[in-house]
Design a protein around this ligand. Structure first.
Ligand code: 5AD
Ligand code: SF4
Length: 497
């Protein structure tokens, strides 16, 4: 690696702090000087754009990347006609990879118009050696590549990139290190994701995540709580606790603590009015968690509980460690204990060897549980996972036909579920103005559905009571009500309604 480090950098090596995050703050300063010089030369500010592919974890990482870039002196923007563009990639299904390759063609065209433009790639897809090989060979215009374990190093890598001319590539196979406390730029001032753990140890046989995100590591509870306290002080009213499998949070800590215990602590933080979390694995979902949710005033009435398949035979092949009956019993228990809960799920169609009977088992669970919504996926073969080498891959036309049937069922159940709360008054966190209808705003209900109602932009970030007047299939129309003793919408910091 040293051979690609420019002489300039070698001269300053002696002064570089060894500890993180001090090291990155050092490189942020160094980059800032280079950005200033370039701005002077061009006579205009430099812009940057971070594009997120994939899940909430990636969205959170993108906020960290954007925060560092802003600190360096770039002006963040939405469009990709920028001086620095970073694609934060996903590789969970092959179509995610194809989208990135497709959009790289577009970036190449932009770079031809602005040769000073820099292009960076990071995230899950970059942890695959075959991807790096392909980019090295066929996408020479890319300037910077890094992976999932070292995103905190953006400033250092960007400095290397700006000071030299070669493609900078830095991919780590894994890490024990968790570096936080770097700048982040939140997309929404009033809500934020909070990482509570990284990686996954489950090795579901179809899934590439454990290979690209590494082993499970939990953050220290005190650090998490401190971050949430800071967010609350900064006007955040809703937090989403993030992890690939939040139900196994804390098991590997020096002083183990359960996810339910962590939730109890988050609940105590003043200013935080709503708590969400993502994602739960059914095998680890405890009675203690159900109890904490039931008693909580702040934990939202929404649980995402990935099913993947309703066939016990396929679940075994998937290495999910629960069967159809156990899943149904768990979903039933949750619905009994918390009747207003909204259950959502992920389902894969066409796993190797899936027969019509197996598929009908999935349909059966969907009908029994009555999900409020479900993400349905066509099985995608991921090289390196055990399922990729399984025989009996299901023919494309069969999968497509099953997928369509499942989607229809899921949508029709979701539409009927959506109507169930019509006429009730619920609290909604106003997230933005309705782009399509003037004078309207959009709010998110505790159960994660959206509601549109009359209001203006000064409501954004507040939690208000809304009467749900009409169900529209997967969202509601409503009208803001004024509850007893509540003359104005709630502001961050006030008590919950
Ligand atoms: N093919 C299709 N869907 C997949 N998922 C994960 N891996 C694959 C794959 N190889 C889905 C699972 C998971 C969601 C995030 O993505 O349903 O819960
Ligand atoms: Fe993938 Fe399974 Fe881990 Fe989820 S729990 S990230 S599906 S291996």
């Amino acid at each position: 690696m040293t051979d690609i480090i420019d002489k300039n950098i070698q001269n300053i090596l002696a002064n570089i702090p060894a500890e993180e995050p001090a090291r990155q703050y050092y490189f942020i300063e160094k980059c800032r000087d280079l950005v200033k010089e370039e701005q002077k030369r061009l006579g205009r500010p430099l812009s940057c754009c971070v594009v997120t592919f994939g899940c909430q974890m990636n969205a959170k990482d993108s906020e960290k990347l954007t925060g560092i870039l802003r600190e360096i002196g770039y002006q963040p923007q939405e469009g990709e006609e920028a001086d620095l563009v970073i694609y934060n990639t996903c590789t969970v299904r092959d179509n995610a990879n194809q989208r990135v390759y497709g959009r790289l063609g577009y970036l190449h065209a932009l770079k031809k118009k602005n040769p000073r433009m820099r292009i960076g790639l990071c995230g899950c897809m970059m942890q695959e050696p075959s991807v790096i090989e392909k980019i090295r060979k066929s996408y020479r215009f890319v300037d910077l590549i890094f992976g999932t374990h070292n995103i905190f190093r953006l400033a250092e890598l960007l400095y290397r990139c700006m000071a030299g001319n070669d493609m900078v590539i830095d991919i780590w196979e894994g890490t024990e290190e968790i570096v936080e406390d770097l700048p982040a730029l939140r997309k929404f001032p009033f809500k934020s994701g909070v990482n509570i753990m990284y990686g996954c140890n489950n090795f579901c046989s179809y899934c590439i995540v454990p290979y690209v995100r590494g082993r499970e590591r939990s953050r220290n509870p005190e650090e998490i709580l401190e971050e949430i306290r800071r967010l609350a002080a900064d006007g955040v009213v809703e937090v989403m606790l993030l992890g690939q499998n939040v139900n196994s949070y804390g098991k590997t800590l020096e002083y183990p603590i359960t996810f339910a215990q962590l939730l109890r602590e988050v609940e105590k933080i003043d200013g935080i009015q709503r708590i969400r979390f993502m994602t739960s694995h059914p095998k680890d979902l405890s009675d203690e968690l159900i109890q904490v949710m039931k008693e909580s005033e702040k934990i939202c009435r929404h649980l995402h509980l990935p099913l993947q398949s309703g066939s016990s035979r396929i679940l075994k092949l998937m290495n999910r460690k629960y069967d159809k009956e156990q899943y149904l019993a768990l979903a039933g228990k949750i619905q009994r204990e918390i009747p207003e809960i909204s259950l959502t799920t992920d389902i894969i169609v066409g796993f190797p060897g899936e027969t019509e009977e197996d598929f009908l088992e999935t349909m059966d669970v969907v009908q029994k549980v009555q999900y409020d919504s479900a993400f349905t996926f066509i099985y995608s073969k991921r090289t390196g996972t055990p399922a990729a080498s399984m025989e009996n891959q299901v023919p494309e036309n069969v999968v497509k036909e099953r997928f369509d049937r499942l989607l229809k069922e899921v949508q029709s159940i979701a539409a009927s579920r959506c109507g169930r709360d019509c006429g009730t008054v619920q609290t909604a966190l106003v997230e933005g103005v309705d782009e399509k209808q003037e004078g309207m705003v959009t709010g998110r209900l505790s159960n994660n559905l959206m509601v549109h109602f009359q209001g203006s932009s000064d409501l954004i970030g507040t939690i208000v009571p809304v009467r749900l007047t009409e169900a529209k299939g997967f969202y509601y129309m409503g009208e803001m009500t004024v509850s007893d003793g509540q003359a104005s919408p709630e502001r961050p910091g006030q008590d919950q309604i």
